[in-house]
Design a protein around this ligand. Structure first.
Ligand code: MG
Length: 236
């Protein structure tokens, strides 16, 4: 039987880009007030692009979006000739806004119903905080690439989830929007996979997910069919 369901966060439970763009703009406004040479030299978008420079210079921290943002801010401060820079407060301005997400309408109702029946956990490559977002009541635990030290689709985060869940991989369903991170990663970890394709994207190739849905509202029906399969397979 299915024991647990792991969920991706960004773009699975909420739209991530609107909050990131808003958070970057608020950070830019904050910089304009305190470190004006940075905001004069870099637009909000150019500050984001500095993260890519940091990844090239330090690929070993590519999985850590928090550290990447902080290092990119340091880089901007140095280029704007600031010797002292309050990177922690700057990041906090971004981080509070980044967590002010608007859940998809189908997210909380589905999670609440599923949490009565299964153990739920979140597995994210991003740095969202489910406590700040107010979803810590439905998830038994949350893992991200920063804590685990590797991002999806690499195995460690799925292995860590399986250990915490004390379940066999085939008893776990992973649900996410990213064909590579969520579907390939989950499948290679032995989990059942569900691709959340809200926007009618074309499957990019390679083995498909075990199920595809356009809304989380469809998830319970998918699980019900799989539960029946288990029952008929184990019937005498
Ligand atoms: Mg995602």
């Amino acid at each position: 039987m299915i024991k647990a369901i792991t969920f991706d966060l960004d773009d699975t439970l909420w739209d991530v880009w609107p909050v990131v763009v808003r958070a970057e703009q608020l950070l830019h406004d904050w910089l304009a007030a305190r470190y004006p040479r940075i905001s004069e030299q870099f637009t909000a978008l150019e500050l984001r692009d500095l993260s890519e420079e940091v990844v090239v210079a330090r690929p070993e921290i590519a999985h850590d979006r928090t550290l990447l943002r902080k290092e990119a801010l340091w880089l901007a401060a140095r280029r704007a000739d600031y010797v002292e820079f309050d990177v922690e407060t700057a990041f906090e301005v971004f981080y509070v806004a980044r967590n002010a997400v608007e859940l998809f309408a189908d997210a909380r109702p589905t999670l609440e119903r599923l949490a009565r029946r299964y153990t739920l956990a979140s597995l994210s490559n991003g740095n969202a905080d489910v406590r700040l977002i107010g979803l810590d009541d439905v998830f038994s635990f949350s893992l991200n690439a920063i804590e685990v030290g590797a991002a999806k689709p690499d195995p460690p985060i799925f292995a860590a989830a399986r250990q915490r869940l004390a379940a066999r991989p085939e008893q776990i369903v992973h649900v996410g929007d990213d064909p590579e991170h969520d579907v390939r990663g989950g499948r290679e970890a032995g989990f059942r996979t569900v691709w959340v394709n809200r926007t009618g994207r074309v499957w990019p190739g390679g083995p498909r997910a075990d199920a595809e849905i356009v809304s989380l509202a469809e998830l319970e029906a998918v699980l019900a069919v799989w539960e029946l399969d288990f029952l008929s397979a184990s019937a005498p």
